[in-house]
Each structure stands twice: as C-alpha cells, then as structure tokens.
Write a protein that binds this ligand. Sequence first.
Ligand code: CA
Length: 231
Amino acid sequence: MPGMRVLVVEDDEGIAHGLELALRHEGWAADTVPGVEAAWSALTVEPFDIVLLDLGLADGDGAQVLQRLRRAPPGRLPDPATPVLIMTARDQVASRIAGLDMGADDYVTKPFDAGELAARIRALRRRAAGRAQPELLWGELAIDPAARRVTRAGKAVELSSREFGVLMALMEARPRVLSRQQIEASLYNWESLLDSNAIEVHVHHLRRKLGDGVIRTLRGVGYFVPAEPAP
Ligand code: CA
C-alpha cells in the first residue's frame, strides 16, 4: 500500500536500517527516530499512518510513547488514533501483553520477517481505513495493494511504483482533496528533494492510463478522487 508514511522508533541502527529498507521496498516512506523524546517530537509535527515502536529504547521505554499517544486529545497532532505496531524479542511475552493492553494494535517479534511485517502493516491500514476486504474497488478499477496490481475493466494497468503511490494516496483520502505537498509527504522522506513538478507528471501519466474521470483537479488546491465514479 504505497502512499503510506511510517514512523520507525528504534535505537538499534542495524535493525532500523533493515526496517527502512523493508518499508521502502514496499514503496512506503519511512522516517526513523531513535528514542522516546524524538518519537514524540515527530508525532507532534507530522501525521503518520503507522508507528513501528521498539519497546526497549535507549532513553526510556517505548511503552511511554504509546501511553502518551493514546491519551492525547483527539482532533490534533499527535493523533491518538494512529495505529501502533510494537516490536519485541521473541521471548518478551509479558511486554507484548502489556503493550497490547496499553493500546498497541499488533506486534512483531525480532528478528522480523520482512514479508510478514509488510502484511501486518497492510492489515492494520485496512482496519484503520474501516475496510476488511484487501482489494479496493472504484468503478471499473480494482486495486490490490498487496500485489500492487491495478486492473481496469479486468485488464491490467501497468503503473510505476510512484504512480501507484499517488493513486493510493488519493483513493484512500477520497473524496478529500490532497495538495501536491500532502501527496509528496505521503510518498517521500523528510530529507528527500523532489522536483516540484513530479506530482503533476505522475497525475498526467495516471490520467492517460486510467482515463480522465478518476483523478480530478481542484484548481489552486490539489487533486481528488470522487467518492463514487460518475454514472
Ligand atoms: Ca532497542
């Protein structure tokens, strides 16, 4: 499910790097912070779709982040509804139980399997979006986020991973309008530099491949996908 932005809270540089690679391989944007305070700062300034939270951090217990997050007032950042996946060692059953009871949505054990981690993140994201079925349907379009496959009236549509990310961001937000910056933020890391025309170019290609009715422009504001296709 590209278009997703993940905060990795992990103090072990090797593990953090492995997680970043696994997440980017899925086409997701990953930002990594090493501790409790840095995690809180990140959550306060940016919205994240998922938090991967190590419980044993150098400057404290990751559970502190979880507890503070779940107690935060709704309607502003940090968003207390942000899905959280905790990471523990295989033998740390007690801390997994405590974490789940404290409001974590799921867990993975280290060493993690990249495929399982990605599947758990997709499942969390589906639940957060309020849908149980893995495929997203919109008119003649069927989008399979796990396989990153799009069909239109049953025919495969070939999209680049960035195009797929733009489409997923707009589909998941529909019918809300997303600005270019919001689309970029869901695709790229903080440190990445991006040609300011890139989103327009991706949208142009998507329209050519999917037809004109899917992605609409709200002039001067951004792009959106209508809640339902035009009849
Ligand atoms: Ca650790």
